[in-house]
Design a protein around this ligand. Structure first.
Ligand code: NAD
Length: 586
């Protein structure tokens, strides 16, 4: 039967059960077997499988009792991990008799895949495992035991935290009730629940109409395995293949802490994190397909699959990051910090040569790929062309950093309309264009992302010396807050980063209104000297930017003076107003 173009279905017998197996792509290429979880069928993988099919021989199958596979009789005792391992080996022998397969598991598919990857009889049949949202029951058992034996307050907290997330596991152990619920109201409402709670888009044949019976029968996965394994976890559950662990940070069923001890079980472990909920095969297919492809290729090519070592590499490895104003200062440092984390970096600047230098350094620092683009962020047409080019050539941006900005100093009456226009065009309109053009594509893709807008402490600290600059930055701060509210439901975070005095070239390019060219030069030199004395490096701002994305922070003052001003603006605005009156030294 053919469900989508290029999908071939067949049946594989294992004992009394017939498994429905779907294949995509060229069988001559490395085989990737995707195992679904609970309550699901192989269609949970359709988005990821479609993306991988151009590169690999991609196989999905309905776990026994699910989808179009037949169920064991009786159900009780028919879903043990031993039987599920028989099924996997039967599928692997049918689809890739001569070469080991790359396994990918989600939820219970991952629980199973851990079993396959840690038992002796599958050795040599598995080339790698990519696991998401489903721990090894043996590792989980040891994790619990270790915390019970040495119950420090932190460990008890971890136990209670995971215990609370496992409420549904206790329910599934009650007799009959889960079956009644799934075959009744819960089964009907499930697509709506997934959409509301997990942001899983409806349609496209998922979830399938078999869901109520999948969920009812699949309760035996839990009943047949969880208690016995947690009570007596195997002592030798070591992985015999490299493992890539993808941890969704917003998983409401599994705590990140579950994987703390994993290195002891897995000699070659690559960690990844993604800001998303539990159902990532549906909500983050692009990211998953990219990580699976990269991991499988590196194992196939005999390269060490461990991700680049920089800070936050587990989060940003392979992500597409675009930074404006990347030719100098904070933008350059930010592009390089993302490069060290293994991102794919687009360095944008109106100074093309400076952008190209940043892209070259990015490659040396560990970026998977790096490009430079010469664009003036204040030019709407140019930004539209850039957004089109990036979308067609590099993909949808995962992290956008609107950083390009210029300085403008001088009293309100010295600031000409042209000065105002220039600073607002770059500092505000540049950010608006970036958010509109790249943010829209992010939102339309529906797979999350993050926007960082570089504002300034001047956004909340008034001063008579910088009326235009401060106004532009206050607007960026408010725009960021509004956009954050608008995009919250779509998994897109927005952060406004507000540095104080940072030692960059901005001082020597800033315009000083109301003075002649010679005086302007002198003021620029003096500002550069003062910022040099303060000597706060742009690399520290870059670190704060990466952290803001990881933690999804709303407003991030950077430098002690920026933090102090933020406090004053909230708790003693009168004091800040008095400071605002101080004349800048001449
Ligand atoms: P910088 O001058 O070192 O770097 C700015 C970069 O932006 C330069 O490479 C420049 O060519 C580029 N750029 C300027 N206008 C552009 C345009 N229209 N289109 C494309 N690129 C453009 O300055 P920096 O200190 O790194 O500043 C970066 C951001 O940080 C700015 O938004 C700035 O307002 C903000 N900021 C800086 C400080 C500070 O003390 N340096 C403090 C607070 C906020």
């Amino acid at each position: 039967m053919t469900l989508r173009t290029g999908v071939r279905e067949r049946w594989v017998r294992t004992g009394e059960v017939e498994l429905c197996v779907a294949e995509r792509g060229d069988p001559g290429r490395p085989t990737v077997v995707l195992v679904h979880g609970y309550p699901d069928s192989k269609e949970v993988w359709s988005e990821v499988a479609e993306r991988l099919a151009g590169h690999f021989h991609v196989v999905t199958y309905d776990v026994r009792g699910h989808g179009r596979s037949t169920a064991p009789r009786p159900l009780r005792g028919g879903f043990t991990l031993e039987k599920l391992t028989d099924d996997f080996l039967a599928v692997a022998d049918a689809v890739s008799p001569d070469r080991p397969v790359h396994l990918v598991g989600h939820d219970w598919g991952s629980v199973q895949a851990w079993e396959f990857t840690t038992v002796k009889r599958t050795e040599g049949r598995i080339a790698s495992l990519t696991s998401m949202s489903g721990p090894s029951l043996d590792h989980f058992g040891h994790w619990i035991n270790r915390r019970m034996r040495r119950p420090t307050p932190r460990r008890v907290g971890q136990l209670l935290g995971q215990g609370a997330r496992s409420w549904y596991v206790y329910l599934l152990h009650t007799p009959v009730l889960p079956e009644l619920a799934w075959r009744g109201p819960l089964g009907k409402r499930w697509p709506g629940v997934l959409e509301r709670v997990e942001k899983v888009p409806r349609g496209d044949g998922y979830p399938t109409s078999s869901l109520p019976s999948d969920a009812a029968r699949g309760a035996w996965l839990y009943r047949d395995n969880v208690r016995p394994r947690l009570r007596e976890p195997r002592p030798d559950a070591h992985a015999h293949a490299p493992v890539q662990l993808i941890t969704p940070l917003g998983d409401r069923f599994l705590s990140e802490r579950l994987y703390d001890d994993l290195e002891q079980w897995v000699p070659q472990l690559t960690r990844r994190t993604v800001a998303a909920g539990h159902w990532i095969p549906r909500t983050r297919p692009d990211q998953l397909a990219a990580w699976i492809e990269e991991f499988v290729r590196s194992v196939e090519n005999g390269r060490s699959p461990v991700a680049a070592g920089g800070r936050h590499a587990e989060r940003f490895g392979g992500q597409l990051v675009l930074v404006t104003g990347a030719g100098s200062g904070i933008g350059r440092a930010t592009a390089l910090a993302f490069a060290e984390a293994g991102a794919r970096v687009v360095a944008v600047d109106r100074d093309g040569q400076a952008a190209a230098r940043t892209a070259e350094s990015a490659l040396r620092r560990g970026a998977r790929q790096a490009w430079s683009e010469t664009t003036d962020v204040s030019d709407q047409r140019a930004m539209e062309a850039l957004a089109d080019k990036v979308a067609t050539e590099y993909g949808v941006v995962d992290v956008l950093v609107n950083n390009a900005g210029i300085g403008l100093s001088g009293s309100f009456f010295d600031t000409t309309p042209e000065d105002w226009k220039k600073v607002l065009d770059v500092n505000l309109w540049g950010v608006i264009h970036g958010c509109r053009l790249f943010g829209r594509r992010m939102a339309e893709r529906g797979q999350g992302g993050h926007i960082v807008n570089v504002a300034s402490a001047a956004a909340y600290q008034p001063t008579r010396a910088l009326p235009a600059y401060s106004t532009s930055k206050a607007a960026v701060l408010m725009l960021s807050e509004c956009l954050r509210a608008e995009l919250a439901g779509q998994g897109i975070g927005v952060s406004a980063v507000c540095p104080g005095f940072v030692n960059t070239a901005i001082t020597s390019t800033a315009h000083f209104a109301g003075v002649d060219a010679q005086e302007e030069k002198r003021l620029q030199r003096r500002a550069a000297r003062l910022y040099g004395l303060r000597n706060y490096p742009p690399e520290k701002v870059a670190r704060a930017i990466l952290r803001a994305v990881v933690r999804d922070e709303a407003v991030v003052p950077v430098t002690p003076e920026a933090r102090a001003a933020r406090m004053l603006s909230r708790f003693a605005p009168g004091a800040l107003r008095r400071i605002a009156r101080v004349r800048p030294p001449v």
